[in-house]
Design a protein around this ligand. Structure first.
Ligand code: NAD
Ligand code: UGA
Length: 502
């Protein structure tokens, strides 16, 4: 790319195979099966069904409760727009089932969209991806397949996983069956999943550069061509495709850690991190996205995928590369601790017995997902400081909050936890009687225009503190009400020194 004009250079053209190059004879996909009805499998395959009424799409999962929810009026995940898409095609060409065998037998093309969490035990624990679910799904395909299949890695996997899948498939299947493996990583973000799927920046398909590989890639490209422009569907070699997914997540998270590192400098110098991010983002080489400072990034994938990259780098004997990426995660942990320290120090260095209201428990707005949410870490720290914590989130189920806070390593005694933590039905009751309010998730309903902060202020202990971990509040407006406002990436207010003591 010419870095200023964005023009595609011959080198860039050579690097990714244009779709024409794989416009080879190929099979039209008629039936798709997706193994895994989670945050990716569900929305992705629902959109595929919605945009391809001629294709029958069956999403299967071992988790019967999850499948029952997909078949009910209350879907198992909250995503704006998802319900409309599901309702438009469920029972017509979109089906949710626990019958994994039948799903595999019927399909020409199978997405493997199962979880790939960080390993918790054994070699690489804490870093490497646990590929147990991918392997078991692959073995399941091998065991029951009765004809040729295109098998698509949709899960985020370490580089060269496709090779292991092929080995397992060929070693365990009936003679004569052919499996073509593709990599087709998913780039959707939660909270905007449907918009991202409907209008993706790109669809990436990795395949072997053989006639069979190109033919399988063309079959999958046809599915996406149901709504995605051909030039946005790019193809490349399998390993590049697998690594591109880890690389994209690492680079996105790196930007957040970069702006969060700058937020610490802003707080110490009087600069404003929103202004710094804005100024940097206007440079077309940098761009404005993912420069919002915060209490830290959460979500099921950023940390997991970076740690995976760290592990890969270490396995390849590249310690400097591993250290470079590890620092992105370390900066994220530092940001959460820094935020807590600010809360403690503002509240006169003790939180014992004080009530702290946590507004937002999801890892970002417009999702009920709490995986790796910074709010979980913050609650853990607040409990260690013996604060009483009241949590409110508009979309996270109460049971999920208890589950997150009783996870091993956090605490496992629910009765003990409930002496210190309560879950509120709305923001007002969470804040009533609190010494401090902490905004952990950027839900629109917490913005000054949507929440009556005068009412919140009146119900709180004084001095009333508010800590904005998402930079969504109007600091001046809140200060006029009487709050002491502390915002990430803005200097600390000097509220404790009376004028005549300065
Ligand atoms: P998830 O945990 O929500 O869903 C995975 C599902 O797979 C679960 O419901 C589980 O029961 C099911 N499953 C496991 N083994 C199975 C098997 N053998 N057969 C059938 N079902 C099986 O996970 P997710 O968030 O959807 O993520 C899936 C993959 O996609 C991960 O690799 C993740 O890194 C990647 N990814 C996630 C996102 C995201 O926003 N969540 C975005 C892009 C990529
Ligand atoms: C991220 C990527 O954006 C997706 O492209 C990718 O497919 C997905 O991970 C995945 O592989 O799972 P997601 O984690 O759903 O998507 O949501 P993001 O919008 O990326 O936000 C991640 C975290 O970063 C959130 O906690 C968010 O609040 C935080 N964030 C984001 C910031 O703190 N600042 C920003 O500027 C942007």
């Amino acid at each position: 790319m010419d870095h200023r004009s964005g023009a595609v250079t011959p080198a860039a053209q050579r690097l990714s195979r244009p779709l024409d190059a794989i416009d080879v004879p190929h099979k039209k996909v008629e039936k798709i099966c997706c193994l895994g009805a989670g945050y990716v499998g569900g929305p992705t395959c629902a959109v595929i069904a919605f945009k391809n009424p001629h294709i029958q799409v069956t999403i299967v999962d071992l988790n019967a409760a999850r499948i029952a929810a997909w078949n009910s009026d209350v879907l198992p995940i909250y995503e704006p727009g998802l319900e409309d898409v599901v309702k438009a095609c469920r029972g017509k060409n979109l089906f949710f089932s626990t019958d994994v065998d039948q799903g595999i037998i019927d399909a020409d093309l199978i997405f493997v969209s199962v979880n790939t969490p960080t390993k918790t035990k054994g070699m690489g624990a804490g870093y490497a991806a646990d590929l147990g679910y991918v392997e078991s799904a692959t073995r399941h395909i091998a065991r029951v397949a009765q004809g040729d299949k295109i098998v698509v890695e949709k899960s985020t996997v370490p580089c060269r996983t496709a090779q292991s899948m092929r080995f397992i498939l060929e070693a365990n299947s009936r003679p004569g069956i052919r499996f073509d493996i593709l990599s087709n990583p998913e780039f959707l973000a939660e909270g905007t999943a449907i918009a991202d799927l409907m209008n993706p920046d790109r669809v990436l398909i990795g395949s072997l550069n053989t006639d069979a590989g190109r033919s399988a890639a063309a079959s999958l490209a046809d599915v996406y061509a149901g709504w995605v422009r051909r030039e946005q569907i790019i193809t490349m070699n399998l390993w590049s495709s697998e690594l591109s997914k880890l690389a994209a997540n690492a680079m996105l998270a790196q930007r957040i850690s970069s702006i969060n590192a700058l937020s610490a400098i802003c707080e110490a110098t009087g600069a404003d991190v929103d202004e710094v991010g804005y100024a940097c983002g206007l440079d077309s080489r940098i761009g404005p996205k993912f420069l919002k400072a915060s209490v830290g990034f959460g979500g099921s994938c950023f940390q997991k995928d970076i740690l995976n990259l760290v592990y890969l780098s270490e396995s390849l004997h590249l310690p400097e590369v591993a250290a470079y990426w590890r620092q992105v995660v370390e900066m994220n942990e530092y940001q959460k601790k820094r935020f807590l320290n600010r809360i403690i120090s503002c509240l006169f260095n003790t939180l014992t017995g004080k009530k702290v209201a946590i507004l937002g428990f999801a890892f970002k707005k417009d999702t009920g997902d709490t995986r790796e949410s910074p709010a979980i870490t913050l609650c853990k720290y607040l409990r260690a400081e013996r604060a009483n914590v009241a949590i409110y989130d508009p979309k996270v189920a109460e049971s999920q909050i208890w589950l997150d806070l009783t996870e091993p390593g956090v605490t496992d005694d629910l009765a003990d936890l409930q002496k210190q933590v309560s879950i509120a039905e709305d923001a007002y009751s969470a804040c009533a009687g609190a010494d401090a309010v902490v905004v952990c998730t950027e839900w629109d309903e917490f913005k000054c225009a949507n929440l009556d902060y005068k009412r919140v202020y009146e119900s709180m202990n004084k001095p009333a503190f508010i800590f904005d971990g998402r930079l969504i509040l109007d600091q001046k407006q809140l200060e006029q009400i009487g709050f002491h406002v502390e915002t990430i990436g803005r200097p600390r207010s000097n509220f404790t020194t009376p004028k005549d003591w300065e």
